[in-house]
Write a protein that binds this ligand. Structure first.
Ligand SMILES: Nc1ncnc2c1ncn2[C@@H]1O[C@H](COP(=O)(O)OP(=O)(O)O)[C@@H](O)[C@H]1O
Ligand SMILES: [Mg+2]
Length: 367
């Protein structure tokens, strides 16, 4: 018998509707997944089998084919576990086929049947506003995120058994409710800064006009201190900006409890890779520049960053977006941030200091 469940694949910041088709037919027991699955999707077989068995339900001793349609879209990650398991159960008559019709399902399964969070709760909820039912069956933390999008019913499930009881009509699920605003991130205050009137004024001007800022000074002069205080004097995010930030975070798999109110602050270490900085992967995920969208990107010890990493900052600095091209599609992530960079004037740090001599050679300083 053939059963279908609706779910989403994550495609950059977009959630793209995907239909899971499960066909169980007589024959030698086998299991195959088709439709451009990656390794994590292929491994769903073992998780799904263990979860179904441990829930005390029948696992088909037959030929099983799972198709993820559209077949030309790359599918990543364990987010298809739950819809695959439920479609398999429906194909065996454990669940009524119609039960899977009116909603989208996503979630990773543990071997014991527990449902684990997946990235993109917000992105999936936004996608339901455009088409299809506005109901989602999701892991608890993912449902909480999805509920931040108005007009969407996000039903949280903790275990496979709970999902089955709900779909059979034996139990009710209370829709997740938005928790409102996220607790404001407490950025440190400029009140802690003594002196440094010039640098402080520069930071205030940068914050007021959203201008980029480069600080050069001897070690211990307070550069890092000032940079960490800068997001504290930026205005709150508007509703629209908060939604943009939330959408990027959700796609990157960073859990949010509520709508962010304060601008983000990101300070990647100087060993960050190019992909970590601007985003990437087979199906690209947003990188640090996008996670800093509408907030501050702080690059401490700027000269230590690799040349490539600094080169790839060019596009986001000029256009406010990052475009990542892949063979099948190109992705554009928003990346409008305030760049704050700090550096020592020379490798030893003391060049130009009135009290301590610089020990670097002229060649080192020029570099
Ligand atoms: N102007 C200042 N007012 C108060 N504390 C300061 C000031 N400058 C430096 N400090 C102290 O020195 C420490 C080192 O400063 P830091 O910002 O890390 O320097 P840098 O990044 O320029 O090397 C800080 O944690 C802070 O406690
Ligand atoms: Mg420092």
């Amino acid at each position: 018998m053939l059963a279908r469940a609706k779910t989403f694949a994550l495609w950059g910041l977009e959630a793209v509707p995907v239909t899971v088709e499960a066909d169980v037919s007589p024959g030698l027991p086998s299991y195959s997944v088709v439709g451009l699955p990656d390794a994590a999707v292929n491994e769903s077989r073992d998780r799904v089998r263990a979860a179904i068995k441990n829930a005390g339900l029948p696992y088909p001793q037959a030929r099983v084919v799972v198709n993820l349609a559209p077949a030309d879209l790359k599918k990543e990650g364990p987010r298809f576990d739950l819809p695959i398991a439920l479609a398999l159960l429906a194909a065996q008559g454990v669940l009524p086929l119609e039960a899977l019709e009116g909603l989208y399902i996503a979630g990773e399964l543990g071997l014991g049947g527990e449902v684990r969070p997946v990235p993109g709760g917000v992105n999936m909820a936004l996608a339901t506003l455009r088409a299809g039912p506005r109901r989602l069956l999701l892991p608890v933390a993912t449902a909480r995120e999805a509920a931040l999008v108005e007009g969407v019913e996000a039903l949280p499930v903790q275990t496979l058994e709970e999902a089955i009881a709900f779909l059979r009509g034996e139990a009710e699920l209370a829709p997740a409710s938005p928790e409102g605003e996220e607790e404001a991130e407490a950025y440190p205050d400029f009140a802690d800064l003594k002196g440094q009137a010039k640098a402080r004024r520069a930071a205030e001007i940068a914050a007021a006009g959203f201008h980029h800022l480069l600080m050069s000074g001897t070690p211990g002069s307070g550069k890092t201190m000032i940079a960490r205080r800068l997001p504290g004097v930026l205005p709150d995010l508007t509703q629209e900006e908060a939604m943009e930030v939330l959408r990027i975070r959700s796609a990157a798999g960073i859990p949010s409890r509520g709508l962010p109110r304060r601008p983000p602050f990101r300070a990647p270490h100087h060993t960050v890779s190019e992909v970590g900085l601007v985003g990437g992967g087979a199906v690209p995920r947003p990188g640090e520049v996008s996670l800093a969208h509408r907030g501050v990107l702080f690059l401490d010890e700027l000269p230590e960053f690799s040349r490539r990493a600094l080169e790839v900052l060019r596009q986001p600095l000029e256009d406010g977006v990052v475009s990542i091209a892949r063979a099948r599609a190109s992705f554009t992530f928003p990346a409008r941030f305030l760049l704050v960079a700090a550096m020592n004037p020379c490798p030893c740090g003391w060049y130009g200091d009135p009290e301590r001599a610089c020990t670097c050679s002229p060649h080192q300083i020029r570099r």
